[in-house]
Design a protein around this ligand. Sequence first.
Ligand code: N01
Length: 553
Amino acid sequence: MSSTSDPTPTYDVVVIGAGFAGIYLVHKLRDELGLDVKVFERGAGIGGTWYWNRYPGARCDLESDAYSLSFNDEIEQEWDWTERYASQPEILRYINFVADKLDVRGNIELNSTVTRAVFDEDTDTWTVSCDTGASAKARYLMTATGILSVPSMPTFEGMETFEGRIYHTGDWPHEGVDFAGKRVAVIGTGSSGIQSIPVIAEQAAQLTVFQRTATFTVPAANRPVTENERNATKRSYKQLREQMRRSQVGVLLDAGIGNFADVDLRVARGELERRWRGAGMSTAMVLSDNLRSIEANEFTSQFVRDKIHEIVDDPAVARMLEPHDYPIGTKRLPIDTNYYDTFNREHVRLVSIRDTPITRFSPAGIVVGDTEYEFDAIVLATGFDASTGALDRIHIEGIDGRIMREQWRDGAESYLGLASPGFPNLFTVTGPGSPAILTNVIGSIEHHVEWIAEYIAYLRAEGITRTEATTEATEAWTAHVAELASMTLYPRAASWYMGANIPGKPRVFLAYIGGLHNYRDRCERIAADGYLGFAHADRARIPAGSAAAAAGS
Ligand code: N01
């Protein structure tokens, strides 16, 4: 940290958020580039998503050895995952282990929500302000605010009159919730609902699930990792990680067996059966064109619908659970433990709110049409204002008074998901237009952090004090992202990928669909070409003695 006559502390880099991305940024920029890095974190602890999402049953939908950091051998070899799909408490312990290993806590200020970030065009620096009154200046600002970090709170009439407790899965009480003997409602059947419903059903006296859209889900087949498996993984991490980096989604999934029109459908059905028993997300990838051909997709979708009827005893309930509103895989495919089975339990009931929505909350519970359901507690598993949500909540002011949320009012536009015109020296890790949300997000985070660090080293070596994505490059990238999405079935789902879950949010596909491998190649080429698509300016414009000059180049 350095300071001039201006008392605001000055750093090389300010990072917003101390999840995986924020922690890795500190390590990379501080320990490898020697930069002075300051992190502001909203939570009272580190961990981001895994700090807040403590709802019962929360766990990762990717296997633990994939959903973990790959850049440090010691971390990789010392940490022992205990389950095939790690639970939230285990992942949070892992993040804390990583933070201690890398010794990053001293760079992180907790309980500090960044409310403003303003770029000074004369000095090429950002000034960041927090709700605590703290502020800081830096040459570079990096948002590591996460993709799913702003819970979407529905506004039902009469919510404030409900006399029981209301919880959101994405902002769960840290002391936990005891549902024993309670009448509980869950609203929402996305991944969070699907993971929490079976666990809440274990505890509650009565559980009512309010379902607006029936969701496809496949069995997790979660289990403990054996000592032998763990050792074998540790021995082969190097090769595994390299394969993951060069893969479409940053994780090794079973490949498709061919396109719908070309395969023997009996063989495809057999493969679906095999994958249903524990292949997780690759269950929906038996047919290679599952996300491009509606016929292929319908074949896979019907397989899952048939499974629901095999599992669920009451045919009327099974029919309600049958998903028909979107092609399988066009919303993130949850993996579950006993989700459909849970509806066979006597004390669990399903209420469809598809045709008759929730009318209002009452002091006693929830009213749907003319029926009042009484509860002691209501769980909102209603999702997130994804991707842009966290950035929209900060007043980010770039050049010429441009405000990021206003610039993105008709849809987020970003170059590579990492930078936006008018906002120099600002990098958005896993921003809209990056592949992150369709990949193993840790793989995308590692790529982004490493690429940004290399770029910062280049800028410093060249004496460049200001970099800004050009409008042309940003428009071209945004059009490319949209074009790729339009070639798939993704836009047919009213998903958070499309911003469709938030009333009034523009419907723009928020991710690059071309795969992590292609994205990596593209970014490498851009760097090799002198960071094509970025406009540079140098320090000659900066007055000596300014905060920016003090911060160095
Ligand atoms: O949120 P969602 P989520 N009235 O948006 C319903 C990741 N994740 O928190 O579909 C009634 O998927 C909504 O209904 P509809 C994962 O990437 C990962 O479950 O809009 N219902 C839907 O059923 C995931 O995709 C893990 O009709 C309302 C549900 O609430 C992402 O987070 C675990 C409503 C929201 O589903 C989001 O998942 C958990 C309203 N007003 C989450 N508003 C892992 O496994 C919303 N709904 C790592």
